[in-house]
Design a protein around this ligand. Structure first.
Ligand code: 5GP
Ligand code: MG
Length: 205
């Protein structure tokens, strides 16, 4: 076991991911700083209203937790809900969206904020938003996304609150996965070809 010995090398991700990243895109510190700004914007916009913060699982979970912490620092009340939405297989959007585990009742007539990790084509949200509007008739429904990709065509849905606009690369870390790996990395990286080619079962054999 190595604590603070001089020979220790400080690693920023699990060693089994060596070579899986092409470049660092956003550091944990940059994410945390930006989240404080997003929380302040929500706090200003919602005044005395208590939004229902809906985490779009699984990718948005770290962002969601840090955003809620920042709202707590501002003493801004909220309630918590979760839903699971997926449109990606590997590193490509399938265009078909699966939505699971939504407590529609908890959103009825409320101010709802959908918390997303990344808006890419916007296909996921273009499916989720009409579904929630139809089933729950919320008082308002906005999106807070950590990331938005800059594509040739704008996304189908515009988030009201955005953390970072990023170039069109496939990124991982801070909750974002590739075949369920890299959610456990604290910063956001562009995946490398080695990462794309890697077989996750090699970690468990
Ligand atoms: P959209 O439906 O907007 O095209 O894609 C949204 C979802 O696809 C995101 O919530 C996220 O789960 C996944 N996604 C899109 N781009 C990326 C990416 O660059 N990296 C990862 N890991 N997931 C992505
Ligand atoms: Mg997502």
């Amino acid at each position: 076991m190595c604590y603070f010995h001089v020979s220790c090398v400080l690693q920023v991700y699990p060693p089994e991911y060596e070579g899986h990243f092409q470049s660092l895109m956003i550091t944990q510190k940059e994410i945390r700083d930006r989240i404080k700004v997003l929380a302040a914007l929500i706090h200003d916009d919602y005044g005395n209203e208590r939004p229902v913060m809906v985490c779009v699982l699984k990718g948005a979970n770290p962002f969601y937790q840090n955003l809620l912490e920042a709202l707590q620092d501002l003493k801004h009340g909220y309630t918590m809900e979760f839903l699971k939405a997926s449109s990606y297989e590997g590193n490509a959007s399938t265009g078909t969206v699966r939505v699971e585990s939504v407590n529609f009742e908890a959103l009825e007539g409320k101010h709802v904020i959908l918390v997303e990790d990344i808006v890419d084509t916007g296909t996921t949200l273009a499916h989720v938003i009409p579904l929630l509007k139809e089933k729950c008739n919320p008082k308002s429904l906005e999106v807070c996304t950590l990331l938005e990709k800059r594509l040739d065509t704008p996304p189908l849905v515009q988030a009201k609150f955005k953390g970072f606009s990023i170039p069109n690369h496939f990124i991982v870390g801070y909750g974002l996965d590739y075949n369920e790996l890299y959610r456990d990395v604290r910063d956001i990286w562009v995946i490398s070809q080695t990462g794309i080619d890697f077989n996750p079962s090699a970690l468990y054999s």
